[in-house]
Design a protein around this ligand. Structure first.
Ligand code: HEM
Ligand code: HEM
Length: 195
């Protein structure tokens, strides 16, 4: 069976089973918007903590680490969830657009998982414990030299900014679909989407 025919059969059997896949399931939607919240919160914290005096700055860094760990967990949960049979969404577009959307989604996942790993390595490589809402997670590794530690901080920082830039383009694409093309791409990811 060729691909379009297989898609038509898949969609017909799902509709027959009472599931028309017009929206992402509630778990996928919740995990998506939690990801957005943690990325933006961590970006804003990292942008502003430099200008804040000490006791508050420390709290902001601890919040960044705690949200970062939650962000890593949410992203891994989303990847596992979408791999479970029956949880895949049919693509919203076709051809090159479908390929581009898939590429951006997987690149975002790769960069997000990388950012969480870099976050742990950054903290531990400086000889400090990771902190999750006040609970220390001791370092399993030796402290590295100052230049290496600095390099890890740079890579973490630029990967973080790249995530935000790519996510902004991705959000613009979703808004373009909604307001210009006027299709279902954004609607099927909204918290209010029908299921
Ligand atoms: C997209 C999300 C993120 C952005 C934009 C971001 C950005 C940043 C930036 C700009 C810094 C300062 C780097 C420097 O000192 O030069 C930083 C530090 C740090 N980040 Fe992130 N980060 C993100 C996600 C995460 C995640 C997921 C984790 C952990 C799982 C994490 C853990 C850390 C740690 C431990 C530090 C060092 C804090 C310290 O001891 O000073 N970050 N982050
Ligand atoms: C930090 C910000 C964001 C990140 C990291 C992010 C990440 C992702 C990822 C990884 C996916 C793929 C979901 C999957 O199928 O597993 C996705 C889907 C989607 N996102 Fe985002 N997103 C962000 C912000 C936004 C914003 C602000 C909007 C809306 C304006 C948006 C709209 C959508 C839509 C509509 C989809 C589904 C696309 C489709 O069905 O092909 N995202 N997002």
């Amino acid at each position: 069976m060729d691909q379009p025919a297989r898609r038509a059969v898949n969609s017909a059997t799902r509709i027959a089973a009472g599931d028309d896949r017009t929206a992402y399931d509630p778990v996928a939607r919740s995990l998506h918007w939690l990801t957005v919240f943690f990325v933006l919160a961590n970006f804003l914290l990292a942008l502003t903590w430099e200008d804040v005096a000490k006791p508050t700055r420390h709290l902001m860094i601890v919040a960044h680490m705690s949200f970062g760990i939650l962000l890593g967990a949410v992203v891994v949960a989303r990847i596992v969830w979408r791999m479970i049979p029956g949880h895949q969404m049919p693509p919203a577009t076709e051809g090159l657009q479908e390929l581009a959307a898939k590429g951006v989604h997987w690149l975002l996942y790769l960069m997000l998982v990388g950012e969480a790993v870099l976050g742990f390595v950054l903290r531990w490589s400086g000889g400090e414990s990771m902190i999750f809402f006040g609970v220390p997670i001791p370092s399993p590794m030796d402290k590295v030299s100052r230049p290496t530690h600095h390099l890890i901080a740079e890579v973490h920082q630029w990967n973080g900014y790249a995530i935000v830039a790519l996510a902004a383009l991705h959000a613009l694409a979703a808004l373009y679909h909604h307001f210009v093309v006027k299709d279902q791409v954004l609607r099927r990811m909204l918290p209010s989407a029908p299921r």
